[in-house]
Design a protein around this ligand. Structure first.
Ligand code: NDP
Length: 248
């Protein structure tokens, strides 16, 4: 299958984990992918690995998505170097967990600035181009925590619930131009982000997953690839939980 031939995609947080797998999967079906992450080493390595499998498919861009001006520059650079973007995947995200009683202001700001303002920055920067593109898609990676909340993650829950609201409002604003905007809400996926958690926390989460296992990055990438494909043209403003049944 080659669902993304002649398509240009931007994947933020593409340096590792879920984002890297999304970038790889889009590239595997013909897309040229801008792999964006905070550190040059991370997106550089991811792009190198993708290009080893699919030569010439990936270009790395080291940008902090929370920085409005840098994202504007990124959009210009990608336009010059790769061409007009069809698919934008907002996947960059961070956690700074802690009970609200002890949460520092900077932990709140970092999470909201990256997870929510980051998506505002990229959609603002790419929306004009997307409005003229063929099969234009915006896909935001939210979280089940944005749907059900979690003690110790007020900042993260707020950022992801905000991202879901943002998704629906963008979907309504851009529907007239055939740009679809959807969110994917992963459950517990094995990556660096979840790798940091103590075994006691992991065991407690596992007990709440009806399918009885943690998800893999591929499980999320498959859903994103479907939403990015021409087959999903009539789906917009929706949130898809990919969580082993955790939130049913
Ligand atoms: P990882 O921590 O493994 O990777 C996060 C990626 O985001 C990295 O490439 C990182 O860049 C990048 N990133 C972080 N901050 C910025 C920034 N300010 N600017 C640009 N890039 C940034 O995370 P996951 O793969 O686990 O998660 C990916 C997304 O999925 C996140 O939005 C997360 O909230 C969401 N999610 C994950 C779940 C899970 O169980 N893993 C569950 C639910 C949602 P660098 O590599 O340079 O550090």
């Amino acid at each position: 299958m080659s669902r993304f031939a002649n398509k240009i995609a931007v994947v933020t947080g593409g340096g590792r984990g879920i984002g890297q797998e999304i970038a790889r999967m889009l590239a595997s079906e013909g897309a040229k992918v801008a792999v964006v992450s905070r550190s040059a080493s991370s997106c550089g390595k991811a792009a190198e690995e993708i290009n080893a499998e699919f030569p010439g498919a990936a270009i790395a861009y080291a940008v902090d998505v929370a920085d409005h001006a840098s994202v504007q520059e990124l959009a210009k650079k990608i336009g010059d170097e790769m061409g007009a973007v069809n698919i934008l995947v907002n996947n960059a995200g961070v956690t700074r967990d802690g009970l609200l009683m002890r949460m520092k202001e900077e932990d709140w700001d970092t999470v909201l600035d990256t997870n929510l303002k980051g998506a505002f920055n990229t959609v603002k920067a790419f929306m004009r181009v997307l409005m003229k593109a063929e099969d234009p898609r915006i896909i935001n990676i939210a979280s089940v925590i944005g749907l059900i909340g979690n003690a110790g993650q007020t900042n993260y829950s707020a950022s992801k619930a905000g991202l879901i609201g943002f998704t629906k409002a963008v979907a309504r604003e851009l529907a007239g131009r055939a740009v679809t905007c959807n969110a994917v809400a992963p459950g517990f996926i094995t990556t660096d982000m979840t790798g940091e958690l103590p075994d006691t926390v992991k065991d407690a989460v596992l007990a709440k997953i009806p399918l009885g296992t943690f998800g893999e990055t591929k499980d999320i990438a498959e859903m994103v690839a479907f939403l990015a494909s021409p087959a999903a043209r009539y789906i917009t403003g929706q949130v898809f939980a990919v969580d082993g049944g955790m939130t049913m």
